[in-house]
Design a protein around this ligand. Structure first.
Ligand code: FE2
Length: 386
């Protein structure tokens, strides 16, 4: 009996030792950096990890932490990493070995990644889509907003409910998006209206190690791919400072073969109103810049449906225009779509986009909850388009 109790206690300790949540994100250069964030019970405050490149020596690294509710949130920023390299790491209080891969600096083979939005509204749908996405082994995922559905306009909602919503999303992300071999799929965050607001931002910045309180940014993969991650009036306004920044960002990247924009609220919605205030602001401030600097495609969300627009330039259907894809339905209940002059395809379907980037074109597949292909298109890189 005594030995049984001992085995039980040991087992309980091992279970307890696992980090409750572990998520990897990129805020800057994806080929040389990685931000590791993890949660532990209040009793485990060590911010130390050991990291190893390929089969080299293990070296120590140390981050920082803060206490949040029933747990400790640890953040650690790694830089000077080698591009296109697999790293292994272990946390001090967790027996598991985890792995990640840095992005390549030059595009030699195909680069596979995923874009999807409106993630954890319905956990059952979320899990199904996670399984479809992780089976395709993407290098990373872009989360296009409304991630955990933590921010809610209900005035009677407790602050702890928002926190618990994030905690439960992050815990399930760890369960679904880390392979049995310990390979972690990093994510890049784009803000949605249920993630953060100008007067409710503390929790968001406690959980994610953004180097500054500005959410719009460009993430460059060498000089072959730029992800333009925008803030669609969620934390900062569309017009003014952000649009000025966008102009500069697109101008300086005009020679990149691939430039994809990702943001939450849609300029060309498949469910919501076309004349909404935010869609109109995006169409008047950002879309002319997308046209001018030959954006490869825009990924929109928030509508909870599937859509592909016709190519659009100057707010008209033009063969050489920009295609807007979306419409944010990773783990949300899909909605009925409408017909509109700009919609080439629309469907009441859960979806995520798998992108395979090759030297001269990007192959984009929209996949559904059962792994079925909903749509497929190929977008040429800018050098061969001009
Ligand atoms: Fe939304």
């Amino acid at each position: 009996m005594k030995s049984l109790l001992f085995v039980f206690a040991l087992f309980a300790r091992l279970l307890d030792a696992d980090a409750i949540a572990l998520y990897l994100t990129w805020y800057t250069d994806p080929s040389t950096t990685m931000a590791i964030q993890w949660h532990t019970p209040l009793s485990e405050k060590s911010d130390a990890i050991e990291i190893q490149a390929l089969a080299g020596n293990w070296r120590k690294a140390k981050g920082s932490h803060l206490e949040l509710g029933d747990r400790v949130v640890h953040k650690l920023f790694l830089d000077h990493l080698m591009p296109d390299t697999e790293y292994s790491f272990r946390l001090e209080d967790d027996p598991a070995i985890y792995k990640f891969r840095t992005a390549p600096k030059t595009l030699n083979g195909p680069l596979r990644f995923c874009i999807g939005g409106d993630i954890y509204q319905t956990p059952d749908l979320f899990r199904k889509m996670c399984r479809v996405v992780s089976a395709k082994d993407p290098l990373f995922v872009v989360l296009g907003g409304d991630i955990a559905y933590a921010v809610n306009s209900n005035p009677f909602r407790f602050r702890s409910m928002a926190r618990n919503r994030w905690f439960s999303f992050l815990q399930e992300w760890k369960e679904e998006m880390i392979s049995p071999e310990g390979q972690v799929i990093p994510f890049l965050i784009v803000p949605g209206n249920h993630d953060i607001s100008p007067d409710d931002s503390e929790l968001f910045f406690d959980l994610f190690a953004f180097p500054e309180k500005q959410l719009y940014r460009a993430i460059d993969f060498g000089d072959y791919l730029s992800l333009i991650l925008l803030d669609s009036d969620i934390y900062e306004p569309i017009e003014g400072k952000q649009t000025e920044w966008l102009k500069q960002a697109l101008q300086t990247r005009s020679q990149f073969p691939f430039k994809f924009a990702v943001y939450h609220i849609a300029a060309y919605p498949s469910v919501y109103s076309y004349t909404g205030k935010i869609p109109e602001k995006i169409r008047s401030n950002w879309c002319p810049l997308f046209d001018k600097y030959n954006l490869s495609a825009a990924f929109e969300n928030h509508n909870h449906a599937y859509k592909r627009t016709f190519p659009i330039r100057g707010n008209q259907v033009v063969e050489s225009g920009v295609i807007y894809l979306g419409d944010g339905c990773w783990g949300a209940i899909p909605r009925n779509t409408k017909k509109a002059w700009y919609l080439a395809k629309e469907a009441r379907k859960n979806n995520a986009y798998m992108i395979e980037l090759r030297q001269d074109s990007a192959k984009i597949d929209a996949v559904g909850l059962h792994g079925e292909r909903i749509d497929s298109l190929e977008i040429p890189g800018i050098k061969i388009r001009s």
